[in-house]
Design a protein around this ligand. Structure first.
Ligand code: PGA
Length: 303
């Protein structure tokens, strides 16, 4: 059957009014245009849908049967129209974001505000380290990515929205804990707990230490910010993490930030997607929300 949506709409109007004239007025068409579409429709299904007795129009048996389906289909089409409108107005939609493990300390707070405003947006988050995020960007796995500055050679749109200070942490009873303006060189003597290879925090730290001609003797590698904080609390060594990870430990005075000269290392958070990617309406809206509101919504612990 070769039926068009337009023919269905026209049929539905004629069947409702049982009049070609009234249907054509409702649809802003000429009457011959309406008759022509109905003829074509009858031709496609191979049965008459209407019969005219005198001036009156009646549905045939086939017409009545056809009407049941036609109205179900046109109702569904109207519903689809509404859904599309709602999606444009953002009442519903799906958003997939991938975030650096460190960013996961603040992204849920952002999402809480966002989802309160847009209740029907379903969000899924993939939390992973920088290296995996970059792979995910190449493979187009998420709508948007939140991470530290991506490498310049990749074809990406990357917009910064908030500071990401990296600091040196110690347990409160560490000998350096109360000291002011600790020289960078003094860190040489300390054991450092560092993030795994592939972490953005780790590579920023390595770049910074190399630029300042400081090599760490035996860094101890840990695969998450949580593991580093636990290790530092337990007295295994000093750690280098983003301030974003420290809210609870600072409030409970389980860790302190050391006052090291030339610290914090100032990084920035970026919202990133591939150049040329067609962002969904929800993704565009979330991007704007992050760029315009993230830094106001999130309170950074003092570095
Ligand atoms: P990380 O991410 O959790 O991989 O260290 C932070 C970043 O990209 O700067």
């Amino acid at each position: 059957m070769n039926i068009t949506f337009r023919q269905l709409k026209i049929f539905e109007a004629v069947a409702r009014h049982l009049s070609f004239t009234r249907a054509s007025q409702e649809l802003h068409l000429t009457q011959p245009a309406v008759s022509m579409q109905i003829k074509q429709l009858e031709h496609s299904i191979g049965l008459p849908l209407f019969e005219q007795l005198g001036k009156k129009v009646f549905l045939t048996d086939a017409g009545r049967e056809f009407r049941r389906y036609a109205s179900a289909i046109t109702t569904q089409l109207d519903e689809l129209d509404q859904v599309v409108d709602e999606m444009k107005g953002l009442k519903r939609g799906r958003l997939t974001i991938a975030v650096a493990s460190t960013a996961n300390y603040f992204v849920p707070h952002l999402l809480a505000t966002y989802c309160k405003r847009h209740g029907d947006v379903t969000v899924s988050i993939d939390v992973t380290n920088r290296e995996q995020l970059l792979k995910g960007l190449v493979e187009n796995r998420a709508d948007l990515v939140i991470m530290g500055q991506p490498p310049g050679e990749m074809d990406l749109v990357a917009e910064s929205f908030m500071e990401n200070p990296l600091v040196v942490i110690a347990p409160p009873d560490h000998p350096l804990a109360g000291e002011r303006r600790i020289p960078l060189d003094r860190l040489r003597e300390e054991t450092f707990l560092v993030r795994e290879q592939g972490s953005g925090t780790r590579s920023a730290m390595e770049r910074y230490f190399a630029a300042n001609h400081l090599s760490l003797s035996t860094p101890m590698e840990m695969s998450s910010n949580e593991a580093i904080k636990q290790g530092v609390e337990a007295g295994l060594g000093l750690g280098l993490v983003s301030v974003h990870t420290l809210e609870m430990e600072l409030a409970l005075q389980r860790l302190v930030i050391l006052d090291v000269v030339k610290f914090p290392i100032m990084r920035y958070w970026f919202i990133v997607y591939r150049t040329g990617k067609r962002l969904s309406i929800v993704a565009q809206n979330f991007r704007e929300f992050v760029l315009n509101e993230a830094s106001q919504i999130l309170q950074l612990p003092a570095a």
